[in-house]
Design a protein around this ligand. Sequence first.
Ligand code: ATP
Length: 300
Amino acid sequence: MSSVTVRVPAKVNVQLSVGPLREDGYHDLVNVFHAVSIFDEVVAKESESITVTVEGNWADRVPLDDENLAIQAARALAKHAGRTYGVALVIKKAIPVAGGMAGGSADAAGALVACNELWGLGLPFEDLMEIAGDLGSDVPFSMLGGTAVGIGRGEQLSELPTGGQFHWVFAVAEGGLSTATVYAECDRLRAATSAEIPWPQLSDPLLEALGSGDARKLGAYLTNDLQPAALKLRPQLAHTLEAGREHGALGAIVSGSGPTCAFLATDAAHADQLATALSTTNVTRTAIPAHGPVPGAVVV
Ligand code: ATP
């Protein structure tokens, strides 16, 4: 096989509950991931060494050296297999970069699945999931897709049933936000108040809304504990969220660590209308309609 193409989705967090800061610097999370139909493609071609090129939207903001998560994934897989392999990876980018939609993790998952195939390793999904967990806490979900809850640092995943498709719009912001900076701001805001930080719990009404496919209910129960920090760092996102609500979004939330904002629509037609309406306001230049849940990394 001389070339393998893998398609891998973006995610939005429909619940992101952040517990108190742990001694190891991480937070315990309850993180409900939902894979949506904005896809990067990772193409793996035969090559002597491991390289990456990036095409498409926001390509100039993606590192091409060992910082690239797809390169790290290919190296980790070769190490696991105990051999020196080469691959020329081409990432066709549609997921916003540093946008809180796990674009880098998606590319890492795509590279794992593509290289496993290209190199004829035949490793089972469970082995790839283990390597994915070492690469980053969002990478296993990018492999799995669908809707799932992650606990711990977010990497211990359980799939969640959903009762149908949900329709979304994603408003892409100018420039990214670093996940580490947003967590640090969250800690700083919390340290400034004396309020006790509750232990994160999976929301029962959110589970019911997902299970029944009830978009109105899901919209009411979207939560993101990182949102105050993202809004503090990017105050203009409050206007973006407001604009979506004014155009009838059932729920409006910062996606993960932001700055992409996610809006839940009533159906596909409403998502298209909402995307058009948002793109004609001055809050965003790019509003992308999408649906979820969708599968994780798949060979196409
Ligand atoms: P998350 O939602 O998982 O917190 P994110 O969507 O906010 O992540 P990414 O798009 O994954 O952010 O990018 C975060 C940083 O990772 C970028 O600033 C970029 O420098 C780096 N990076 C490394 N590899 C990639 C890649 N393949 N695609 C995008 N960014 C990458």
